[in-house]
Structure formats: C-alpha cells, structure tokens
Write a protein that binds this ligand. Structure first.
Ligand code: ATP
Length: 916
C-alpha cells in the first residue's frame, strides 16, 4: 500500500507518487521511519494495516474449461467413436462403460494436471523472494511479502527490487528497469532529490518493484508495497511458468501419432480383407477394429509418465535440488561436463585469514572460526604484533577493517557470526583479532565488489583525514599500484617480490586478497574507478583458507565414475585454484588456464582449451559464457553453476544452468534450470543420480507398457485374419490398459536406482527413448505374449468353451503375463528376481491391488455383467500363472542371451583429456 508523502503512514488518502521530490531524510521522516529501520512492533502493525507485499495471482482458465480441454485427445476420440458404434449396434452396457471411461480418463487427466501444477507451484514457493531489511538496527532476511512501508531495504547486484523504494544510499548503482520502462540500457541511480514532475524512467532516486539491481549497492526506504507499487498498478504479471514438455514426452507424442497412423492404415486393410474375403458381419467387424484401435494406443502411458516425472521432481526438491524447468530432469542424465564455481560450492565458504604478507614482514594468524580470538604473530620470530610498533601491519589492518561491507556480530549465546560475504568477513575478523576498531570513521562513498573487476574500494573520513582504501585480487591491484608501504615508509613497487610471495602462499591453497590505500581530498566527487588508477600504495596481502567441502570430494569422484567431467571455474589465483583442485580431485594439480589467456584465444583454440583444462582461474563471468559455448560446440552437454548477476547469460546458455540458493541472486535463479538450495556440489551429484533414475524408470515403464499393447493388437489382428473368435472386447481392453497396466506401472515408478547407475556413461540425448534394443524388446515380448494367448485360444475354441469363458481365460492370461513381465522390467539387464525385489515395496503393493482388481472382475456379478466375464475355476488360475511363469523365464533368457551377445556394459571410462 502506498502512503502519501504529506500524511502519516496510516493515511489512505490521495495516492501521490512524488517521493522522488523529497530529500532522503524528509522521506524517512514522513514515513515515520529511520535509518536503523522500523521496530518489530511497528512492522507488525503496518503489515496488519497495509497487507502483504504481494500481487494477486494471474487469472487462470476456469476449471470447467480446463476439464473440457482434456477431451481434445486422440484416445478420447477413439473412445467416443467406440461409444457411437456400440450404441448404434444396441450394446448399451458397452456404450455406457466406454463413455464412463472417457469421462473418467478426462477427469484423471484434469486432476493430474492440477496436482502437478500445485506441486510445481509448491516447489517454486520454496524459492520465494527474500529481502534484506534493517529492523531495530539489525540487518535481517525476511520474506519479501512481509515488507511494509517504512522498511529499510538493502540491495546488491542481482537482487530483484522487492517493493517501490526511495533511495537513501546508493553506490555506483545501476538498475535494469526494462520491465517497467522497456528501456534496455540500465539506469543510473543516486539519492539526489529531483525537482518537478518526472516519468518513471526519470525518477533516478527511486527503485521500483520487479526491476533488477544490475550493479552497485543501495539502501532504500519502502514507499509502496503490493498492488500500490508501480508494477501493481500496471498489473503486469511476471514469471508465469508455462507447462513444459520434456524431450522424452515429445518423442512419445511423435511416436503415438506414428502408431496411430499405422493403425488407421491397418484398420482400413483389415476392414477390406475381413469384409470382402471373410464375409464377417459388419457390426462384429467394426467392434473388432475398435478393439484393435484401443489395444494399440497405450492409454495409461501419458498419465504414468507425468506421475513419474513429478515424483522425481518432488524427491529432488526434498534433497535440496529444485528443478525450475521440467526437461532438466532428463537433461541431467545426459550431462557430460559440469563446470562448477569454487567458492561455496566446492569449498565451505568459511574463510579464515592464516597469513599476512607485508613488504618487510610476514605474519601468521591463529584461530579458525569467526570468533575474533587468535593471535597475529611474526612468522620467523614468533613475536606478537603490535599496532603501534608495526605501522605497516596497522595500515593493512585498517584497510581490511574499513574497506569492508561485512559486520561481525555475537548472539546472546556468545556465538560469533558475520553478515555479508565470507571474504570480507574474514578480513573483519582479522582486524578484530588485532583490536582495530576505528569507531569514528565515516564512509563517504564506495565501489562495491564485483567479480568482473575483482576489487572493492571505499572513501573514508578518519578524523580530519580522508583516505581511499582498496582491497581485491592481488594481481589486479599490482597493476594499480606504483608504490608499496614498508615500516620505513613508501618505496617503489616491487612486482617480482609480490608475485613470488603470492605464488608461494597460493600453492598452499590460500585465497589471496590484497589491500592498498591513498590519501583523498575531502571534497572528492563520488568515488570512481578512475580514482584508483593513480597514487595507490600497496599495503600487503592476506592469505585465507577456505577448506574444501569433504562431501564434494566424494561427489566429484562419483561424477568421474559416471562419465561426467568436473571443471572448476574460479576468480581465484591459478596456484590457489590448482592446490584446492588437487585436494578435491579436479585437475592434475599442475595445469590451469587463466581468463586472460582465454581472452586471447580464437574460438577454435578456446574449444580445445575448454576440453583440455579442468581448472580455469582468474576468470570473470564473461568467460563462463564463452566456455559453455565452446564446450557445446564440441558436442558436450554442459552443466554450469553460477551465483552472481553476471553469470545469468552463461546459465541460460548451458544445457543445465545451476544456480545457488543461498549465495545466488534472484536474477541468476530465474535464469537457471535448477537451483541447489544448499549451494553444495554434492547435491548436484545426487540430482544427476536422481535424474538418471527417473529416466531409467520412465524407459522401463515404456518398455513395460508398449509390448502389452502390441500383444493385444496382434492378437486381434491374428484372430481377424484367422477368422477366429475376437478374443477381447473393447471394454476388456480398456480394463487392461487403464486399470491393470497403470497399476503395475507404479511398481516400476518406485523402482530404486540400479547399482551401476552412476557407473554408466551419460546418455546420448539424441538417442530415442525407444532405441533399437527397445524396439526389439517391444516386438519380441509383444509377439511372445500374443502367440501364447493365441495358442491358448486355439486350444480352447475347438473344445466347445463359451466365447465369454474363452475371453475371460485370455484376459486373465494377459494380465498374468503383464504382471510377470513387470517383474522382468525391474532391471533392463540383470536377473530380475535379485535380492532388491523385496526392497521395492511398491512392487508388492501393486501386485496385491492387481489381485483384488482381478478378483473383482472375475467374481463380482455386476462386474461380470459389465465386462462380459465369467467366474473362473481355480484350475485356470494355475494354467494362466504357468503361462506367466513361462513368459517370465523366456524374457529372462532373452535378456541373458542379449547381454552375452552385446559387449558387456563397461563402467564409464575415466574422463580424461580430449574426447572429441
Ligand atoms: P568462485 O570460485 O565461485 O568463482 P571466487 O570468490 O573465487 O568465486 P570472485 O568472487 O570473482 O571469485 O573473486 C575473485 C578474487 O577477487 C578473489 O580471489 C579475491 O582476491 C577478490 N575478492 C573476492 N571477494 C572480494 C571482496 N568482497 N572484496 C575484495 N576483493 C574480493
């Protein structure tokens, strides 16, 4: 809700947008707020008064329309045609059942879609926006929809602006406002009040809800929330996700259409054949043909595929991997290379400074937590540091303390924590260990850290003195400094010395951060990058440890086994990167390539280097995009992780763009295909495994369902050609395809991962889900079941059994064969009745349900009437079970023989070197 500038915040009158005309302090006063933020009580009160900071959901198609849309489906057309034919022939019971099935099927489709949507929405809600606000003098992260007018919000690059804000602090701030203004160039923002009326695009001291911070940092006071924001006013809905078809679903759609075409041709041929040559009565023939159409279309398959996919997505979400785009579930299993950030993903992102290197002394630092407890001692003499005596060290620590956005805080339990980035946090802790405070220092301006230029700078007033402090990657600072500070004063910069020292520490895996400073003039204009190009005095380098995550080591090994090559992309020094890489098992510990080297390469050379090297150091986000493209050009399926706003293009380009949930910015998350909510590389390896399992189970399900359909179709074709009794009625076929097949498929949906899942090579994404082996399997099993059923029919028919009895026996036999074949399908290669057969409880639950279903259709009188079945004497259970066992054994034999003929599936070779 907006508040008028001229009225207290509780007034609803006259919505005026003129906040930009007021000074920042005036704005705060009129909103009854202050720089330290609202109190909890004020916030609660305002939330109750103005409501949540959210926009109403986008209008959806009405439920009845979404229900009706499900009638637009080939299966339903076939069912409706069948209903018409049976109706015309006066088979009213059949007509009613078929129509009921059509409606039930539509209903299932509708309910399934709604529940899939709900669960995806639920998963998306796990990524709901959070905002950093200052309340009661403390920075806190809260849900963005809890923001109220008067809240002080802090923003950094990549943040989505959560409400309309009047800026109260802005440093080199730029915002992307294309969503509101259509302007593709980012807008520069300051705090200066503006005179006169201005349009949205010119209100340079405001940030608007839904726009993005593209550079710099800011703090602003909330002036409007929810629908009262500019975004709410134009009521533009954002981020509405469209339903997506995965590649596998698309393949199945195309396959379904192909099958249908074939069936129609076949029906035309059979119609002519049977009508002219066999003299079959028209009604009977039409029913047979409709049975054929129904038999050939796997009615239950689409539902079961989407259920398996959504079960997979939910399981992944529980394990910290949130799939934002459904096709990613499949792409994960095809990924051949994953490029990962180092800091936080492969390492813990808990930094502690271990060493300080100055021009004429080196210092060791003890203590390994954020608690400011530990000693700074001289490396060789072991003498504790003294701020008054060691002036160069003191100057370095002052820069570490002031050129820093983080804060050190102690909770009531006495535990220390930092707010802001761990790199800066580690520097803050270092300064605190030495007792550096500078309580009266005043920040005049700053350039926030950005991994594109790899430094941050501040302009501070310390008493009467003004200074510029600079911290950043040592090699970047080397090129900015002409002098260095020694205990004896300022002397010319000795580049070789520093480069040597830096490499020495970097080889221990230490992350290096240098500091520099120079005097500034009090009336300095806003701090600019150009101000850092002259007169900077190099102070020294801090070496900090960010230990590798132990679980990442295992995850990397798992990926290698699974044929996925892991590459590390980092902004750190090459020596640091190689040392950490060696601890993690990435690269050989002696080769790395830097961003600068990549820059000079042609696209061709880059593609070669991208494959050859595993460690990319001193990179900036722009290199990531080139690397992804280069790898893709070499046929790799690339996963790329990222967190900063500049990583978004690379994530979009990657086959699997992976954003970080904790460290990642919203822009990056929106560009990503999946988000790791714990920022952990190990989660990625888990997600690959889950993705492979989902694909495996989908394939198993497809290879399970399709042969049944083929068998039914073949059986009918054979019967028509042989002039025998049509063995299955349309509604019996429906029973098999809708009730028994779908029930049994659930057994496979819950099938645990096969043991060699992560030893296989990544799947070739171009390969059809039904490859040659699949076609063979479907053909073989389909024919086998059809022949077995036809033999049984051929034995029964001349012996005078009633048609209903023969059909019932055949139905029972086909269902038993389905059940037996489902067991076969548990594993695509090995013997199906392994020990794990009891691990998958779903398998036994569905078997029990199947038994109940069959008992119902065979022995309940009304089911007998509906489905044209008769109660089956127990002997026939035995006969059909025998047939099922026979089929099971033959398929196992086929698997075994094929396994021997095909060369044994070798574990994925260690992915080393060039593999183009
Ligand atoms: P990743 O490994 O995930 O790419 P990174 O931290 O190694 O992350 P960057 O964040 O680009 O990569 O950092 C590159 C270098 O910039 C670091 O080695 C460090 O020297 C310097 N640096 C990092 N953070 C800061 C900061 N907040 N202020 C100043 N310098 C920093």
């Amino acid at each position: 809700m907006a508040i008028t500038p001229s009225s207290p915040p509780d007034s609803h009158a006259n919505l005026s947008p003129a906040w930009y005309q007021y000074r920042a302090d005036e704005t705060l006063a009129r909103l009854h707020s202050r720089e330290t933020g609202l109190t909890a009580l004020e916030a609660e009160d305002r939330l109750a008064r103005y409501g949540r900071n959210s926009l109403p959901a986008a209008p959806r198609k009405p439920a009845w329309l979404r229900f009706l849309l499900h009638f637009n489906d080939v299966l339903i057309y076939i069912l409706l045609a069948a209903a018409v034919v049976t109706g015309v022939m006066g088979h009213w019971v059949d007509t009613a059942v078929i129509l009921a099935v059509a409606v039930i099927n539509t209903l299932i489709g509708y309910l399934q879609e709604s529940s899939a949507e709900r669960s995806l929405q639920g998963i998306r809600a796990m990524l709901s926006s959070r905002a950093r606000v200052m309340r009661q003098g403390r920075v806190q992260a809260i849900e963005a929809d809890e923001l109220v007018p008067g809240d002080i919000v802090q923003l950094r690059p990549g943040d989505k602006v959560p409400a309309d804000l009047r800026l109260i602090a802005a440093h080199n701030l730029r915002a992307d406002e294309a969503i509101l203004t259509g302007e593709s160039i980012t807008a520069e923002k300051t705090c200066t009040p503006i005179q006169g009326e201005r349009g949205i695009g010119d209100r340079s001291n405001m940030l608007f809800s839904g726009t993005m911070v593209s550079a710099g940092s800011a703090a602003g006071v909330v002036v409007a929330t929810g629908q009262a924001t500019e975004l709410g006013r134009i009521n533009q809905m954002m981020g509405e996700a469209k339903a997506q078809r995965t590649p596998l679903l698309q393949q199945m759609d195309r396959l379904g259409k192909g099958i249908l075409g074939l069936i129609l041709l076949m029906m035309a041929f059979l119609f002519l054949f049977a009508f002219i040559l066999r003299d079959m009565p028209l009604g009977e023939l039409l029913l047979a043909l409709i049975s054929l159409a129904m038999a050939s279309v796997p009615e239950g398959l689409p539902a079961i595929i989407s259920i398996i996919l959504s079960l997979g997505v939910q399981a992944m979400a529980r394990n910290h991997a949130i799939i934002r785009k459904l096709p990613t579930v499949e792409t994960l299993g095809a990924m051949t290379v994953v490029c990962s950030d180092k800091t936080g993903t492969l390492t813990r992102n808990e930094m502690t400074v271990n060493a300080v290197i100055l021009a004429d002394s080196q210092w060791r630092v003890s203590g390994d937590s954020y608690a400011p407890q530990g000693e700074i001692v001289h490396e060789t003499s072991g003498r504790p540091a003294s701020l008054t005596q060691d002036t160069a060290l003191s100057a370095f620590l002052t820069a570490a303390h002031l050129c820093n956005d983080s804060q050190l805080a102690q909770d009531p339990a006495g535990d220390w924590s930092i707010t802001g980035g761990p790199t800066e946090g580690a520097m803050k802790v270092l300064a605190a260990k030495a007792g550096v405070t500078h309580a009266t220092a005043r920040l005049v301006d700053k350039i926030p850290f950005d991994s594109a230029y790899k430094y941050m700078a501040t302009h501070h007033q310390l008493g009467d003195e003004h200074r510029i402090f600079l911290t950043g990657a040592p090699d970047v600072l080397f090129s900015l400094c002409e002098c260095q500070l020694t205990d004896a004063g300022v002397v010319p910069f000795e580049r070789e010395f520093w480069a040597r020292e830096m490499a020495r520490y970097a080889r221990q895996g230490l992350r290096m951060l240098a500091a520099a400073s120079k005097p500034a003039t009090p009336d300095a204009a806003p701090l600019d990058h150009a101000d850092l190009h002259q007169g900077m005095v190099f102070l020294g380098i801090a070496g900090m440890m960010d230990p590798p995550r132990p679980e990442a080591v295992d995850a990397i090994a798992t990926c290698r086994q699974a044929g996925i090559r892991v590459k590390m992309i980092t902004g750190d020094h090459p020596e640091t990167a190689m040392a950490i890489g060696a601890m993690l098992g990435i690269g050989d510990g002696t080769t790395a390539i830097t961003g600068a080297e990549l820059e000079t390469m042609s696209d061709e050379a880059l593609a070669g280097a991208a494959q050859r090297y595993d460690i990319f150091a001193r990179t900036s986000p722009a290199h990531k995009l080139r690397l992804v493209r280069a790898l893709q050009q070499r046929g790799e399926v690339v996963g790329m992780t990222g967190d900063g706003v500049n990583d978004a293009p690379a994530l979009k380009q990657a086959d699997v763009g992976i954003a970080m949930g904790i460290k990642g910015t919203e822009v990056t998350q929106e560009a990503a295909d999946m988000v790791l909510t714990d920022d952990n590389f190990a989660t990625l390896a888990q997600a690959v495994k889950a993705g492979r399992r989902v694909y495996d189970n989908l394939r198993k399900t497809i290879l399970f369902i399709m042969p049944t359909n083929l068998a039914q179709g073949l059986l009918i074709v054979i019967a028509i050609l042989a002039g025998a009794l049509i063995p299955l009625t349309p509604i019996q076929i429906l029973w098999m395809n809708m009730a028994t097949s779908v029930t049994l498929s659930f057994g496979l949906a819950f099938e645990p991962a096969e043991p060699d899942l992560m030893q296989r090579r990544p799947r070739d994404p171009r390969r059809h889900v039904i490859d040659l082996h699949g076609i063979w399997r479907i053909g073989f099993v389909g024919t086998l079941i059809a022949c077995a059923a036809f033999l049984l029919e051929a034995w029964l028919q001349p012996r005078g059994y009633a048609p209903e009895f023969i059909r019932t026996v055949l139905l029972q036999m086909l269902v038993t064969a389905q059940w037996a074949y489902m067991l076969n399908c548990r594993t695509l290669q090995g013997f199906a009745l392994n020990r794990k057969v009891f691990a998958n409880r779903a398998l036994w639950v569905v078997s029990g349900i199947l038994l109940l279903l069959q008992l119902a259709i065979l022995y309940l009188p009304f089911m007998n009437t509906l489905f044209g079945t008769v109660p089956l004497p127990p002997t026939w259970w035995g006969v059909t079970l025998l047939a099922g066992v026979g089929i099971f054994l033959i398929v196992e034999l086929e698997k075994w023989l094929l396994g021997r003929i095909k060369k044994p599936v070798s574990p994925a070779a260690e992915p080393t070197g060039d593999r183009s």
